[in-house]
Write a protein that binds this ligand. Structure first.
Ligand code: NAP
Length: 248
């Protein structure tokens, strides 16, 4: 008996990076998983194939979570395919760095649309289906307290997400739906490669400040999410767990 047997999970932004690691971990623990992607169909299909090859259940579903109708369709696809919904992992997120002089309206709106509005829309759609013992896990960032220069807007989205998660933990508690946050430190992913962080001075500085002395990997985050999704975490709601090798 695995800790997520019989549960159905949606992981947003699971075509690569941390989301792909979370999707594989939830499936390895027995959940049927919906692997959401925005544009990387090949990446999402590869995650689904890996899960099925390991004996698990998964489907890939395209949806831009910052669009209400698409977020709704994503959740409906999960319920249609697997008959229920128990876990939502709001992992989709984008990061771009800009100094105060470089910040534009477009930069602000792009990040807030996906990192904040996308979480609200997916959660709104999921809340209709989550029953007692439902679990929502929001992927924030340790950047809210590491305060990396040029991350004002990105850190702002994640600070907003932490506040929203606390509110929703209280709002959904009467229905016994738990809402928790995992805040990763620096993790090597496709996204941090594309943003030029991997191999940069920023990475070197972050690793130097990390007590456990290395960069994070998606699996370092995935196990924490699988725990929060499970009934082992039944007494935890409104928590922010920093999974960062100790960087604060
Ligand atoms: P990543 O490698 O860039 O992957 C991002 C994922 O989000 C992709 O699957 C992407 O889908 C999806 N996505 C982007 N926009 C979307 C949208 N509008 N609708 C649905 N999905 C969308 O990112 P990552 O590094 O794994 O980061 C994942 C999460 O962890 C983010 O919330 C990030 O802020 C957070 N985080 C990351 C780090 C780090 O160091 N990596 C640290 C702290 C927190 P497509 O590929 O299909 O576009």
């Amino acid at each position: 008996m695995s800790k997520l047997d019989g549960k159905v999970a949606v992981v947003t932004g699971a075509s690569k990076g941390i989301g792909a690691g979370i999707a594989k971990s939830l499936a390895a623990n027995g959940a049927a998983v919906v692997v959401n992607y925005a544009s990387s169909k090949a990446g999402a299909d590869a995650v689904v194939e890996a899960i099925i090859a390991a004996g698990g259940k998964a489907i890939a579903v395209q949806a831009d979570v910052s669009k209400a109708e698409q977020a709704q369709d994503l959740i409906e696809a999960a319920v249609k395919q697997f008959g229920r919904l128990d876990v939502l992992v709001n992992n989709s997120g984008i990061y771009e760095f800009a100094s105060i002089e470089e910040i534009t309206e477009q930069h602000y709106r792009r990040l807030f649309d996906v990192n904040v509005l996308g979480v609200l829309l997916a959660t709104q759609a999921a809340a209709k289906h989550l029953g007692e013992a439902g679990s929502i896990i929001n992927i924030s960032s340790a950047i809210t307290h590491v305060h990396t220069p040029t991350a004002a807007v990105y850190a702002g989205t994640k600070g907003a997400l932490n506040a929203i998660s606390g509110v929703l933990a209280n709002e959904l508690a009467p229905r016994r739906i738990r809402v928790n946050v995992v805040s990763p430190g620096f993790v090597v992913t496709e996204g941090t490669h594309a943003a030029g962080v991997v191999g940069s001075d920023m990475e070197a500085g972050l690793v130097a400040q990390t007590p456990l002395g290395r960069a994070g990997q998606p699996d370092d985050i995935a196990g924490v999410v699988a725990f929060l999704a499970s009934d082992e975490a039944r007494w935890l709601t409104g928590e922010v767990i920093t999974a960062s090798g100790g960087i604060r």
